[in-house]
Design a protein around this ligand. Structure first.
Ligand SMILES: Cc1cc2nc3c(=O)[nH]c(=O)nc-3n(C[C@H](O)[C@H](O)[C@H](O)COP(=O)(O)O)c2cc1C
Length: 332
């Protein structure tokens, strides 16, 4: 569904071209100081503006509609809402007939019988990540001592981020990217051995971000090429610190006290100006489309803070589950 988490439960709401987008956070500890200004920095990191990002300009003024009283969280579900103010649905009329290759137009239509709002990608749009980023801001405020930072480390397989994006845009194309996220100060012992392993929960949250096609921890897929003598992380002290971190800070599904390190592969944006083949849903005949709406050329460029948010939400949930975070803050 559209909700995730056990004790810090996040529900993503809204549509790209509807009245707005947002998030409901249930289970946030009471007493956390929270004002709209807290959201500004991370929302700006998600906002377009850099070369190769969508020209859509949303002001993204966070409205806290529930869950805060006198500047502190007050235990009822927290609702943070962002009005959509810069929508232009004109280029989406044809998409309902000729679905964009590798976007959710076809799957949404097949699943929801044409009732899903297709304008601007509806609920599948990157616009909905504003809500996740807002939840991430709240989670980060709770996670004292845990530092979460994601960076865009490659675009199109190269470290020349600007050059690759410029080249793709010049050709009416899009390009994929690789985001690396590091979590420092994660306590040892978070996560369960099986389905709620720290890796499973973080991957679950990260794969929910539109455009994510791969997640790896530590040396990830490279581990498959290694010998044990190379890949094993030697333990060097009683806190469990290791000399290398091929495991990415997690063993047996449980955080081991080292940095949690993961990388996220973002696909190239599906909507591109170049001609693409699809079909006409009315006739089944082959069709060709060129997307001339307002789109990001490289999703990954705006997604670093979204990856941080997904990780922060999982960490807050795990720390509440492990009773490492109090349900009521600021007392005594
Ligand atoms: C921050 C962000 C911005 C995005 N911008 C666009 C966009 O401008 N155009 C587009 O076609 N897809 C965009 N996407 C990706 C699509 O939403 C996504 O590819 C689509 O929903 C299909 O899902 P999938 O790629 O996970 O299978 C964006 C995703 C994110 C996270």
């Amino acid at each position: 569904m559209n909700s995730f988490g056990s004790n810090f439960r996040v529900t993503i709401i809204g549509e790209s071209h509807g009245p707005g987008v947002g998030v409901v956070v249930d289970g946030c500890p009471a007493g956390l100081e929270l004002v709209p200004a807290d959201f500004v920095e991370d929302l700006q990191r998600r906002a377009p503006g850099a070369f190769g990002t969508t020209p859509r300009k949303e002001i993204d003024v966070p409205q806290i509609l529930s869950g805060v009283h006198q500047g502190r969280t007050c235990a009822s579900p927290l609702l943070v809402w962002f009005e959509n103010s810069d929508t232009d649905s004109s280029s989406y009329e044809s998409i309902s007939r000729t679905p964009r290759p590798s976007h959710a137009d076809f799957t949404a239509r097949a699943k929801y019988g044409g009732y899903a709002d297709a304008r601007g990608g509806g609920m599948f749009s990157g616009r909905l990540t504003a809500g996740l980023v807002a939840a991430g801001v709240v989670a980060k405020k709770l996670l004292k001592g845990v530092d979460i930072q994601a960076n865009l480390i490659q675009v199109g397989g190269s470290v020349d981020v600007e050059g690759e994006i410029r080249d793709a845009v010049g050709q009416g194309d899009s390009v994929g990217g690789l985001v690396q996220c590091e979590l420092k100060g994660v306590p040892v012992g978070l996560g369960e051995p099986w389905f709620d392993s720290a890796e499973s929960l973080m991957s679950h949250a990260i794969f929910s971000i539109p455009g994510v096609k791969g997640v790896e921890f530590g040396s990830g897929f490279e581990c498959a090429k290694m010998r044990g003598s190379e890949c094993n992380d030697s333990i060097v002290d009683l806190d469990g610190k290791t000399s290398t971190n091929h495991s990415g800070g997690i063993n047996g599904g449980i955080t081991n006290g080292n940095d949690v390190v993961l990388r996220v592969a973002f696909r190239p944006t599906p909507s591109i100006a170049k001609a693409q083949k699809t079909i006409d849903l009315r006739t089944g005949a082959p069709a060709e489309i060129r997307i001339d709406g307002r789109h990001d050329a490289c999703i990954a460029r705006r997604a670093t803070v979204v990856v941080e948010a997904a990780c922060a939400v999982v960490m807050a949930d795990l720390m509440l589950s492990h009773q490492l975070l109090d349900r009521v803050l600021g007392q005594g």
